[in-house]
Design a protein around this ligand. Structure first.
Ligand SMILES: [Zn+2]
Ligand SMILES: [Zn+2]
Length: 326
């Protein structure tokens, strides 16, 4: 917590994530990871450095009212650290009234910002789908209920949930990403394990996807004498930017780099963010800042661009001095 010298006021939370990814780094930079298979492939080290830089400046100047809570969040990459911090009461404990987050964006120019009102990142759900047939010898398929062929039809069937069942103006992504069958050339397995993820921007599509994945998979499987078992887990909700917080974030970024460098109608991204849990608990906004033309997030050659540091620090400071203007 850093207290301003401008008198009484609310507390706002600034959040930086910290965790790395299980990737073997291939950026070939002198500062590349020294731990094989552990890489800051999403730039969370940069996010932490930016919030620390802002903390140093804010602690020296204190040109704001109220207080700033610095939230260094672990376990963003799939482990729901943001949800855990909210569940453990961080918002009440520090009396946080608004909360803000930021992420670097490869492909966006250094010194530029991108944001939009409402949904800015998608909800993420994950599913495991077991197709249960009857295995046997690959030379005698007629004596089996081949789950490989059935699973292949299910994968194609699931694609019609997007193309034939969802309005073309709404966003639904269903990706089957795992297919695990027999380990031999001549074996038809008893079952096939499929898994994948679902991304949506509105809650109703989330319910729809869960319901229809089961219905379509079950219908296809039963048609061939097989059956399915579905486990569907809701991970991150939609990262939803609130009106007032978004306006404040746009103003803070514009004060820093000029409004021409702030895209305030950015298209939402279909990736997800566990900062969404913090925005469910408190109003606020999430913004992207340019990382220049580096490799993409989660790519082995990704490199957080240190030239973005000054803009990230500048944004946090500008935001604090805007939201908590004395
Ligand atoms: Zn990431
Ligand atoms: Zn990230």
């Amino acid at each position: 917590m850093i207290q301003g010298e401008g008198g009484e006021g609310p507390t706002i939370g600034l959040r930086a994530d910290m965790d790395a990814l299980p990737i073997l780094e291939a950026s070939n930079k002198p500062w590349s990871s020294k731990a094989p298979g552990k890489m800051h492939g999403c730039g969370h080290d940069g996010h932490t450095a930016m919030l620390l830089g802002a903390a140093k400046y804010l602690a020296n100047t204190r040109n704001f009212k109220g207080s700033v809570a610095l939230i260094f969040q672990p376990a963003e990459e799939g482990a729901l650290g943001g949800q855990k911090m909210v569940q453990e009461g961080i918002m009440d404990r520090f009396d946080i009234s608004q909360v803000f987050g930021m992420h670097n964006s490869p492909g966006m120019e250094i010194g530029k910002f991108g944001i939009c009102h409402g949904a800015i990142m998608a909800a993420l759900d994950e599913f495991d789908l077991v197709v249960k047939g009857r295995g046997g010898h690959a030379a005698k398929p007629h004596e089996t209920i081949d789950p490989v062929v059935i699973a292949a039809q299910i994968i194609l069937g699931l694609q019609t949930l997007v193309s034939r069942n969802t309005s073309p103006l709404e966003s639904l992504v269903i990706s089957v990403t795992k297919f695990s069958a027999a380990q031999a050339y001549n074996v038809i397995p008893d079952q096939v394990e499929l898994a994948g993820s679902v991304r949506t921007l509105v809650p109703s599509l989330r319910d729809f996807a869960e319901r229809r994945i089961l219905a379509v998979a079950q219908g296809i499987a039963r048609g061939f004498g097989a059956d399915v078992e579905l486990r569907y887990r809701r991970q991150d909700p939609v990262t939803f930017n609130h009106t007032e917080g978004t306006n404040l974030a746009i103003k803070a970024a514009s004060n820093l780099v000029g409004s021409a460098s702030v895209d305030d109608k950015m298209k939402p991204r279909m990736g997800s963010e566990d900062f969404a849990y913090m925005l469910e608990a408190r109003p606020g906004a999430f913004i992207f800042l340019g990382n220049g033309s580096t490799a993409g997030l989660h790519h082995p050659a990704y490199d957080f661009n240190d030239r973005a540091l000054a803009y990230g620090i500048g944004y946090w400071v500008s935001l604090v001095e805007t939201v908590l203007a004395r």
